[in-house]
Design a protein around this ligand. Structure first.
Ligand code: SAH
Ligand code: DHB
Ligand code: MG
Length: 219
């Protein structure tokens, strides 16, 4: 089938069933192909969660979205599709060659004028965005997992009231649930997940399908 390799291992029957209902998305399939042919990691957000990002950005009328972790631009295209007219996507990416591919894929999808790609360590980029007085109304956290708690704090600091935060991979392929796993990324993700559930500045929710997705609204 045309779907990505990682779907073969461990999609549940409900995940397979619902995924099968959607038509092929040629634009996103081309992006996955561009990632594959460069030998980059095939870790774009799940199609189902990409659709959810588009839906949420559109439903909330997102005007200034911030993505942490661009890879090849798959989630960037999903976010950009949902932006309201005149809206912009700012995307932070560590690796220049990934940022370049993401930029090219976003341009090919018609979003060249809506996207600001910032290359470098996200922590530095976030500091600069704050110093510049930037605010955002939609966040997608999907970069280095050990910094998720820090990225959540940054998102809250840079948030307009009512901003939505989404974060990928809250289950870390099951490691989050495995008490034998105590590495820095796993511990950070458990802390992140607790904060989504308990932080009084947020209305939080967790979706357990696929590799887990956290959602929150900043009150
Ligand atoms: N959001 C993308 C997938 C991102 S994969 C999508 O769904 O299409 C994670 C990305 O985070 C990789 O591209 C990786 O290079 C980037 N990354 C890792 N550590 C980072 C850091 N400290 N700062 C910025 N980006 C980082
Ligand atoms: C993996 C998947 C991701 O979506 C990600 O952002 C990082 C890593 C993985 O499956 O290894
Ligand atoms: Mg991810």
């Amino acid at each position: 089938m045309f779907r990505r390799g990682k779907d073969e291992d461990g999609m549940t029957e409900p995940e397979v069933y619902f995924e099968s209902l959607f038509p092929e998305d040629r634009e996103l399939a081309r992006i996955e192909e561009s990632i594959r042919e460069r030998g980059m990691p095939e870790i774009s957000v799940e199609p189902a969660y990409g659709r959810l990002l588009t839906l949420l950005a559109a439903a909330t009328g997102a005007k200034a979205a911030l993505e942490i972790g661009a890879l090849g631009g798959y989630s960037g295209v999903c976010l950009a599709r949902g932006l309201r007219a005149g809206g912009t996507l700012t995307s932070l990416e560590l690796k220049p060659e990934y940022a370049e591919l993401a930029r090219a894929n976003l341009a090919a999808a018609g979003f060249a004028d809506k996207v600001e790609m910032i290359v470098g360590n996200a922590a530095d980029s976030l500091e600069k965005l704050e110093a510049d007085g930037r605010k955002f109304d939609f966040f997608f956290i999907d970069a280095d997992k050990e910094n998720y708690p820090a990225y959540l704090e940054w998102a809250i600091r840079l948030a307009e009231p009512g901003a939505v935060i989404a974060a990928d991979n809250t289950l870390l392929r099951g490691r989050t649930l495995n008490p034998d796993k105590q590495g820095p990324a796993v511990r950070a993700m458990r802390e992140f997940n607790r904060r989504i559930a308990q932080d009084e500045r947020l209305i939080g929710a967790h979706l357990p399908a696929f590799d887990g997705l956290a959602l929150a609204m900043v009150k």
